[in-house]
Design a protein around this ligand. Structure first.
Ligand SMILES: Cc1cc2nc3c(=O)[nH]c(=O)nc-3n(C[C@H](O)[C@H](O)[C@H](O)COP(=O)(O)OP(=O)(O)OC[C@H]3O[C@@H](n4cnc5c(N)ncnc54)[C@H](O)[C@@H]3O)c2cc1C
Length: 433
């Protein structure tokens, strides 16, 4: 079930240079010569042993593999996924990027990710379509405004561009919003974050996969991990539906499934899995430049470069591993979107979908070592983990190479739950994105 650009150019496998350098000239030449592109990555045999096994072929697992190879020269690495690369949250999210979080630890962490995202297209030689268009979080009451002022101050101290703006400025940035005072939920102000934006999520996944594979990392799709071997408190390998694999280090990067994988190693995670849904409309002429979020109404809206409107909400109100859409979600989201933008009444929805979110009690991730030596986690990504892909990959690669977590993730260790040292991000991360 190899999807994405890995399937491109199958006929050329073996003769075209690998990996191809993507360029406008290359595109023109191949167009004129009617020449296909070589595969972006190639299937490899499953070895009996790897230095590092990464479970989960989403943005986190693939980014960790890429930075292990690029930053540390560690290439005896396998990424295992039970489905296809990007089949989890990484291929289902609404691709909103921002760094306007609430805690200094969160702001610094997500801001490093935005910095990496800005140069990712060049680093990966892959057009990831990052569009910095600004991010508006609306306040419909005084308590939301108070939290936004708090966030804006923390952001400024950390050097991140965020400010609270008034309704006149909001109207200038997002004309379709209903800013009248007789709206059902009048808009009192907003947190404006110019560096925020959207990206093409599949391209990020494919770019990291291609970058890692071209440096020797093995990508194994349809390879489900069914067990983890631990001897004397140390991980020794994983079992899969295809074969057992020995490994000195195993990284759990399985997001919505992470507590199932941790259970296999005998590690308990304070994580619950909830479905999160999103929907997209038919494409229309561009009219909405910024990303718009309403925490009180539990809804957010952005317009893609192709013109579709993307709608999202908070997680479903029950734990589940189901990835089915529901009528309740679409009714709710449509109601709230129309409360914010009544002019969208005639737009037609194209489709809706769902993914799984691994929620932690403090809305911050869990990263680093566990009580089982050699078994690491990069989980707890909830509804907000896509934006963290690059910084997490960079930090987890460093954690594996150095044997200790780098400063930027030191606040996110598993031990914080036992120690009562939480990193409370609910005020900045409760709505799904
Ligand atoms: C609808 C929706 C909208 C979202 N919007 C945003 C957003 O706008 N911005 C943002 O930052 N985040 C958003 N998110 C969250 C984001 O998608 C996730 O946090 C992020 O993609 C997690 O990436 P990951 O690589 O950790 O996990 P995933 O991409 O979920 O990858 C985990 C992989 O593990 C594999 N796996 C599971 N079990 C096994 C096993 N036993 N053996 C082998 N492989 C296994 C799965 O097949 C899967 O491919 C959204 C999520 C959803 C569902």
């Amino acid at each position: 079930m190899l999807r994405g650009p890995g399937t491109l150019g199958a006929a050329n496998r073996g003769r075209a240079p690998y990996p191809a350098r993507y360029s406008a000239f290359g595109l023109l030449r191949r167009g004129v010569m009617a020449e296909d592109w070589p595969a972006a990555w190639r299937p490899q045999p499953l070895k009996k042993s790897y230095d590092v096994v990464i479970i989960g072929g989403g943005v986190h697992g693939l980014a960790a593999a890429y930075y292990l190879a690029v930053n540390h020269g560690i290439t005896d690495v396998a990424v295992l996924d039970k489905g296809y690369l990007g089949s989890g949250g990484s291929g289902r999210n609404t691709a909103i990027l921002r760094s306007n979080y609430l805690t200094p630890e969160g702001v610094r962490f997500y801001d490093r990710s935005l910095t990496l995202y800005q140069r990712l297209a060049t680093d990966l030689d892959f057009n990831v379509m990052f569009s910095r268009r600004g991010h508006l979080t609306l306040a419909h009451n005084d308590s939301s405004l108070r939290t936004m002022r708090w966030r804006a101050e923390v952001n400024k101290v950390e050097g991140v561009d965020s400010e609270v703006i008034d309704p006149a400025e909001i109207k200038r940035l997002a004309p379709p919003l209903d800013l009248s005072q007789d709206a059902r939920y009048p808009i009192l102000g907003a947190l404006w974050h110019p560096p925020g934006g959207i990206i093409r999520h599949d391209a990020v996944v494919w770019g990291y996969a291609r970058g890692a594979a071209s440096r020797g990392v093995h990508l194994h799709q349809e390879t489900e991990v069914t067990g983890i071997d631990v001897t004397n408190g140390r991980v020794t390998g994983v079992r899969t539906g295809k074969a057992d694999i020995a490994a000195g280090v195993v990284l759990n990067a399985t997001a919505g499934w992470c507590s199932l994988i941790a259970d296999m190693a005998g590690v308990r995670l304070p994580v619950q899995t909830f479905p999160l849904q999103a929907a997209v409309t038919e494409p229309v002429r561009p009219f909405l430049r910024t990303v718009i979020v309403s925490g009180s109404l539990h809804v957010y809206i952005s317009q893609t470069d192709r013109g579709e409107l993307v709608f999202g909400a908070s997680v479903d109100p029950f734990t589940s591993y189901s990835m089915r859409g529901s009528l309740e979600f679409i009714e709710n989201v449509a109601t709230h979107v129309l409360e914010l933008m009544p002019s969208l009444g005639k737009m037609r929805l194209l489709r809706q979908w769902s993914g799984l979110c691994d929620m932690t009690p403090d809305f911050s991730p869990i990263m680093g070592h566990t009580p089982v030596e050699g078994f690491l986690v990069d989980v707890g990504w909830g509804t907000y983990g896509f934006k963290a892909g690059p910084v997490s990959g960079e930090a987890m690669a460093q954690c594996i190479a150095d044997g200790k977590p780098p400063e930027i993730i030191s606040a996110f260790g598993l031990a914080r739950f036992a120690e009562g040292d939480l990193v409370g991000e609910k005020g900045a991360a409760a709505v799904g994105h």
